[in-house]
Write a protein that binds this ligand. Structure first.
Ligand code: HPA
Length: 276
């Protein structure tokens, strides 16, 4: 019986690897309303999260839960269609378990996508923004607690958490597509209530450009495993107090649907570059 997180992740990875001959080095997590890229994955083995040992399952509409192992332009990828969030009641260990499994599958590059509120007044609804850095206001850190040296260092650097190298590649790709791809700092909150206008003003003063309820925990675990991370936010709405209308989950999903084809194209073009 697997007992530690490391052993559980290894067991889950073994289960997934038994379903496919592919050995993906690139992992992709698709955020709220951003799942359409999954249809571009060729010859995919689709493994429902429910079947993978120890894997958490999402309870939120718009987050279907399956892991696809397939290819994009001949490059093997592991695509998580849906993720779980701390606001659903999951612990940091559960939220980040899939990243541990991707690491145990052999993934070296992780693309994390999400829906976010735009704090930077220059951002527009529907824009894609590269995450340049984060501020963890979730109150949690997934690598706290009992230390297992097989997971990586206990104290590790976070100064290039969102790889400058990968961001440069993404910008080159976006330029080829005539896609405007700005950068911004992502602040993570627990949620699920949206923020108050006062909180958004405070976050702006702190230096945040984007706000969301995911990604940061995953990035921390990925960095402990020395996986290179690229973060892409879809500005599904302007943050509280910036847009005139009340925020809603429907709006988040609706904007996601309007943008997901563009995100899918960016990812499809980018992946062969990341594989080099
Ligand atoms: N706040 C937090 N999380 C979000 C938002 C927001 O405005 N939009 C999408 N995810």
């Amino acid at each position: 019986m697997a007992s530690t997180l490391f052993d559980k992740a290894s067991e889950a990875a073994q289960f997934v690897l038994a379903r496919t001959a592919l050995r993906p080095k690139i992992g992709i997590v698709l955020g709220s309303g951003l799942g359409s890229f999954a249809s571009q994955v060729e010859q995919a083995a689709a493994v429902p999260y429910a079947e993978i040992p120890h894997f958490p399952q999402s309870t939120v509409p718009g987050h279907s839960g399956r892991l696809l192992i397939g290819t994009i332009s001949g490059v093997s990828v592991a695509v998580m269609q849906g993720r779980v969030h701390a606001y659903e009641g999951y612990s940091s260990d559960e939220v980040t378990f899939p990243v541990r499994v991707l690491g145990r599958l052999g993934v070296k590059t992780l693309v994390l996508t999400n829906a976010a509120g735009g704090i930077n007044p220059a951002f527009r609804q529907g824009q894609l923004v590269l995450i340049s850095d984060h501020i963890n206001l979730s109150g949690r850190n997934p690598v706290s607690g009992a230390y297992d040296e097989r997971c990586g260092l206990r104290f590790f650097d976070m100064s290039d958490a969102y790889s400058a190298r990968l961001r440069a590649l993404a910008k080159d790709t976006a330029e080829d597509m005539d896609l405007d791809l700005e950068e911004g700092v992502y602040v993570s909150v627990l949620g699920p209530s949206f923020e108050t206008p006062a909180e958004i003003r405070a976050f702006r003063t702190m230096g945040a450009d984007l706000v969301g309820m995911s990604t940061v925990q995953e990035t921390i675990v990925a960095r402990q495993m020395e996986i290179e991370v690229l973060g892409i936010s879809c500005v599904t709405n302007l943050a509280a107090g910036i847009q005139a209308t009340p925020l809603s989950h429907e709006e988040v999903l609706e904007t996601g649907r309007a943008v997901e084809a563009r995100l899918a194209e960016l990812l499809t073009r980018l992946i062969p570059t990341l594989a080099k």
